[in-house]
Design a protein around this ligand. Structure first.
Ligand code: SF4
Length: 82
């Protein structure tokens, strides 16, 4: 189990994340989204969305986080942030 957090206020729409992990999506507003986030829910006040995954794709998420030039993505495992 791990959590992927995306700070859309920091996101600059560069989309380095999409090619590392296809669960990141390009939204109509030109910023990134995460597959599984509440698509039509209200935008969080602080612009930060978090989705929990329970699969074997932690490395993909970590690569996306590492590739983001503005550090808008963070990945947290049970052991802590990675
Ligand atoms: S790589 Fe970072 S800045 Fe670029 S779209 Fe993804 S989250 Fe946003």
């Amino acid at each position: 189990m791990y959590r992927v957090t995306l700070d859309r206020e920091a996101c600059d729409g560069i989309f380095a994340c999409l090619v590392r992990d296809d669960r990141f999506t390009e939204r109509a507003d030109g910023l990134a989204g995460i597959e599984g986030e509440a698509a039509d829910g209200p935008e969080p006040a602080d612009g930060t969305v978090t989705v929990t995954f329970d699969d074997d794709r932690l490395a993909d998420a970590e690569q996306a986080a590492a590739a983001c030039p503005v550090d808008a993505i963070s990945v947290t495992t049970e052991e802590g942030e990675s």
